[in-house]
Design a protein around this ligand. Structure first.
Ligand code: NAP
Length: 242
């Protein structure tokens, strides 16, 4: 039986962690909530880069690394692939399929903050759903724009920005009310591929609101890649794995 180190931070990772027994380890960065009702071991905080992760793998006798982190958490995914190679163990990854634009969608893909701000120029009432990054730019908001910024927790805004703290899953009627009450004319989103946050795209489509989509980072190659929790659990149920 293998000892699994599961790297988490998203709902699917928690679903996998719930199936793991006491010899396995579930690792979290420490940004979100830490579950207290799991049978597996839970550890919190960074490892100190790929080298630190490789050392942890050796010390703990881990023999399978499972990367189920967020598709935009590119650093830890890179570290995972490197550490597995350094330690001579396999790295598997759950990679959520990306959302695809549907008929009626007006998506504008951008590669980073500078391109995003350029693309945002014609708009007045953006809704940012990128997490905390826009908080660093509150002093740069043009006079003609008012930003609504949704993050996991609430933070101070300013006279040109309201910050809303909210955690998904989001219901379509609540998203409709948010767009309506703030008169949102453009949505800014990662392509997280999560059903928990997808209703905002449906509302943008209904209202003819364009979506500025931050492109996904390129992630490293791994030994096995899965598109769903069910596929991961099936692979883990194979003889010799656990
Ligand atoms: P990141 O840039 O890829 O990682 C930054 C550092 O955080 C890593 O180098 C590592 O520190 C530590 N880290 C990340 N995930 C870890 C884990 N599962 N266990 C232990 N250490 C971890 O990641 P991020 O974008 O800041 O995201 C942080 C966490 O939040 C990730 O676990 C991710 O799954 C989750 N999350 C991210 C997003 C997003 O949009 N980026 C959204 C929802 C959830 P060391 O180098 O010191 O090991």
């Amino acid at each position: 039986m293998k000892r699994i180190l599961l790297l988490g931070g998203v709902t699917e990772a928690l679903a996998i962690a719930r199936t793991l027994g006491p010899q396995h380890i579930y690792s979290l960065a420490g940004i979100g909530r830490v579950p207290t009702d799991l049978r597996c071991q839970v550890r919190v905080g960074g490892f100190g880069g790929a080298e630190g992760l490789a050392q942890y793998i050796r010390e703990q006798g881990v023999d399978l690394l499972l990367d189920a982190t967020h598709p935009y958490a590119a650093q830890i995914s890179q570290n995972a692939a490197t550490a597995a190679r350094l330690s001579g163990i396999a790295c598997w990854a759950l990679r959520r399929p990306a959302w695809q634009p549907q008929p009626g969608d007006d998506w504008r893909e951008v590669s980073g903050w500078a391109e995003l701000i350029e693309t945002l120029k014609p708009f007045r009432r953006p809704l940012f759903t990128l997490g905390r990054e826009p908080l660093q730019h509150l002093d740069e908001i043009p006079a003609e724009q008012f930003w609504t910024l949704r993050a996991l927790d609430v933070y101070p805004g300013n006279e040109r920005c309201e910050v809303i703290g909210a955690r998904g899953p989001f219901l379509i009627d609540d998203e409709r009310a948010l767009f309506e009450s703030r008169n949102i004319d453009v949505l800014i989103s990662k392509n997280s591929g999560s059903s928990a946050t997808e209703p905002k795209l449906e509302v943008a489509r209904e209202r003819g609101v364009p979506v500025i989509v931050l492109k996904r980072p390129v992630l490293p190659g791994v030994d096995r890649e899965f598109g769903s929790v069910a596929d991961v659990l099936e692979a883990l149920s194979m003889p010799g794995i656990r």
